[in-house]
Write a protein that binds this ligand. Structure first.
Ligand code: 6PG
Length: 240
């Protein structure tokens, strides 16, 4: 875990991780696969990545962009994760269009989920996808991606992508088997409103009913937390 003074410093560190991971993957395999997070926190990271200092260090022709979750709304809806990432980052970098894989908005969220699973199979084959990098956030209730407390998606161990019908708008999310197969998972967590949730995720992962974000443990990968001071303010090891 790395703790920073503010969102800006945290976002710079996350952008550096993105660049370093992209470089390593591109050199090793000729491609870099990343699943972006939604929500507001990563916007600053995406904006930094669009600036010359970061943008020019990435071989965008080798980058493949996915999403860890999406709201079932059209891409021009302000709640769309794809829309946010396009405005902040993708419209400003030379990533080939055919290497951007949005979760598609369909009349039935279950169709969107099935469609995205097919997209993942096309890119990754039959084994669970091993993303080079997955970015995630943490909600005030401890959710991550669209894995919300008390929802059936938490128990899904077969499908790679599921619909979360109980939310309004419904959501589509990657599941634990995919999230935990990544090579690197990085949480970006900012703000005092996240302090309680982060405390539960970090300090009480073995509680009877742990928050969904506490169940992210890459089986053969690295887990990183990029956190600002307000979000870290209730963490045991740091503040005792
Ligand atoms: C989303 C997310 C969600 C998000 C957290 C944190 O699409 O909203 O995938 O899991 O990362 O809710 O959101 P903020 O960054 O807005 O606090």
């Amino acid at each position: 875990m790395e703790v920073f003074d503010d969102l800006e410093a945290m976002s710079r560190a996350a952008a550096r991780l993105f660049v370093a991971t992209a470089k390593k993957a591109t050199e090793a395999k000729g491609r870099f696969t990343v699943a972006l997070a939604g929500g507001g926190t990563p916007r600053s990271t995406y904006k930094l990545l669009a600036q010359h200092a970061f943008r020019d260090q990435i071989r965008w022709e080798a980058v493949h962009i996915f999403w860890s979750d999406e709201r079932c709304v059209p891409a021009d809806d302000p709640r769309s994760n794809v829309g946010m990432a396009r405005l902040a980052l993708l419209d400003h970098v030379p990533v080939p269009d055919e290497q951007v894989y949005p979760i598609r908005w369909m009349d039935d969220p279950r169709k969107s989920a099935a469609d995205y699973e097919t997209v993942l199979h096309t890119t990754f084959g039959q084994a669970p996808p091993r993303f080079d990098l997955i970015l995630l956030g943490v909600g005030e209730d401890g959710h991550t991606a669209s894995l919300f407390p008390g929802t059936p998606a938490l128990a899904e161990m077969e499908s790679w992508v599921v619909a979360v019908m109980s939310k309004d708008p419904p959501r589509v999310t990657l599941t634990y088997p995919v999230l935990n197969s990544a090579s690197t998972v990085a949480f970006l967590v900012s703000g005092i409103n996240k302090a309680d949730a982060l405390h539960k995720v970090i300090d009480e992962p073995d509680a009877a009913d742990p928050p969904p974000a506490a169940r992210i443990h890459p089986t053969d990968g690295v887990l990183r937390f990029f956190v600002d001071n307000p979000a870290a303010s209730k963490l045991g090891g740091i503040n005792d």
